[in-house]
Design a binder for this molecule. Structure first.
Ligand SMILES: [Zn+2]
Length: 416
């Protein structure tokens, strides 16, 4: 078998014939010719036999490695005039428009980006991290389920921080499929307006419930005319509980500040370790933390009171209460917190009262923490990797690859 024929079989590139193979020190370069006579616009399906000019455009793409050799595919492309997109270099089936890599290579990188940490991936494929980001973005644009916004009834909106400071993404989750279906940079009402613009009035009108945090931004966008004013607003249990945990944390810090002013420094130091004992769920405590908690209990006082309030609030979301019981417990909790003489809890109770309907709606619709947490954790984990990107678009693409409606396969895995 001739080498060019062998490489034709080996590479399985769509629509081309291998015309020459050159083996260098660390790179195999494969020249290919397009089988197709017609020139096709890379942006649309427009095809023509007319060339814009006769000057060939030398192009090359990185392909999957061949053993320890880099593999580069090379071709001379032609230019055409698309009535919509103007003068363009013709598109090829085996690579995305504008990409310096073949589709197979990009597919592999996208798959690895979800599974593998940044340094390992960079070393394995030999490209920089922002290039990985652009590849993720292209794969998502191509492969994300185009019907992801069609059947939305119960959705959740949440913000997630991207990079350390003041960079946020807003994500929309389909609660039925537990997939992230939309995202954008920012976290205000305008950001979410973009989602409803894309959805249009028809699809917005069929949304039944939207879960969110207790801030005003998302509520404002959801209830706006033409968006989803008919939807029931639910407060994510996660956010409701956080409001109360934050109150406990303020109480703890105040007490610590007082202790620090005491002449005996060890008392404050010892107390510092109490943070996790108090904030963690009791079932997750280590032996040492459990012992610290027992001490706090024995000591009693404001901190123990605050802890009991936090735990009592958490049980409302345990998932074994009827609507009525949950409502009753929530009201009882609020009056307990308002009488507890701890300012942060008085404030937290006011917030809970204000969002009473939304909190109960979440319980009624079965939006439990357990249900939300799996996806949340996955997104948070992938965000840590996305910190390295310089563009929000790339960060978002990585979230979509990992938690969106997309079926990522390796290039050599056939479609199921
Ligand atoms: Zn075109």
């Amino acid at each position: 078998m001739r080498v060019t024929t062998a490489f034709n079989r080996l590479l399985e590139l769509d629509g081309v014939n291998v015309t020459a193979v050159e083996i260098g020190a660390d790179t195999v370069t494969v020249d290919v010719g397009l089988r197709r006579r017609k020139l096709v616009c890379p942006q649309c399906d427009y095809a023509t036999r007319a060339r814009y000019d006769t000057r060939p455009v030398a192009s090359s793409w990185r392909h999957l490695r061949l053993g320890s050799f880099k593999l580069v595919v090379r071709a001379e492309l032609r230019r055409l005039t698309c009535p919509v997109h103007g003068v363009r270099v013709e598109g090829v089936a085996f690579a995305r428009p504008g990409a310096r890599f073949t589709r197979d290579f990009e597919q592999l990188v996208a798959w690895l980006a979800v599974k593998m940490d940044k340094d390992a991936l960079r070393r394995l494929v030999g490209i920089d991290w922002d290039t990985v980001g652009r590849i993720c973005d292209r794969v998502v644009a191509d492969d994300l389920d185009p019907h992801r916004l069609d059947e939305l009834y119960d959705i959740g909106v949440d913000e997630i921080s991207w990079k350390k400071h003041h960079n946020y993404l807003t994500l929309v989750v389909n609660h039925t499929t537990n997939k992230v279906v939309w995202g954008a940079e920012g976290r205000d009402a305008k950001t979410l307006d973009g989602f409803f613009d894309e959805l249009g009035e028809g699809r917005s009108g069929q949304i039944r419930a939207v879960s969110m945090d207790m801030g005003p931004a998302f509520r404002k966008s959801v209830t706006a005319e033409g968006h989803a004013p008919q939807a029931t607003i639910c407060i994510d249990p996660f956010h409701a509980v956080k409001n109360v945990t934050d109150a406990l944390n303020v109480v703890r810090r105040d007490i610590w500040q007082q202790l620090r002013r005491l002449p005996e420094p060890n008392i404050a130091k010892k107390f510092k370790g109490a943070r996790w004992a108090l904030l963690k769920n009791p079932e997750d405590l280590t032996g040492q933390q459990a012992a610290t908690l027992t001490q706090i209990k024995r000591h009693g006082g404001a901190l123990w009171r605050a802890y009991r309030l936090k735990e009592a609030f958490r049980t409302i979301f345990a998932g074994d209460l009827t609507d009525e019981e949950a409502g009753e417990l929530l009201d009882r909790w609020c009056s307990w917190a308002q009488r507890c003489r701890l300012a942060p809890f008085v404030k937290a109770a006011r917030t809970v009262r204000k969002h009473r309907e939304g909190i109960l709606a979440a319980i009624r619709l079965g939006l439990t923490n357990a249900r939300l947490e799996g996806l949340n954790q996955r997104v948070r984990l992938i965000m840590r990797r996305a910190f390295g990107f310089h563009s929000a678009q790339a960060a978002l693409a990585l979230v979509m690859l990992s938690a969106g409606p997309i079926n990522l396969r390796l290039p050599w895995e056939s479609e199921a």
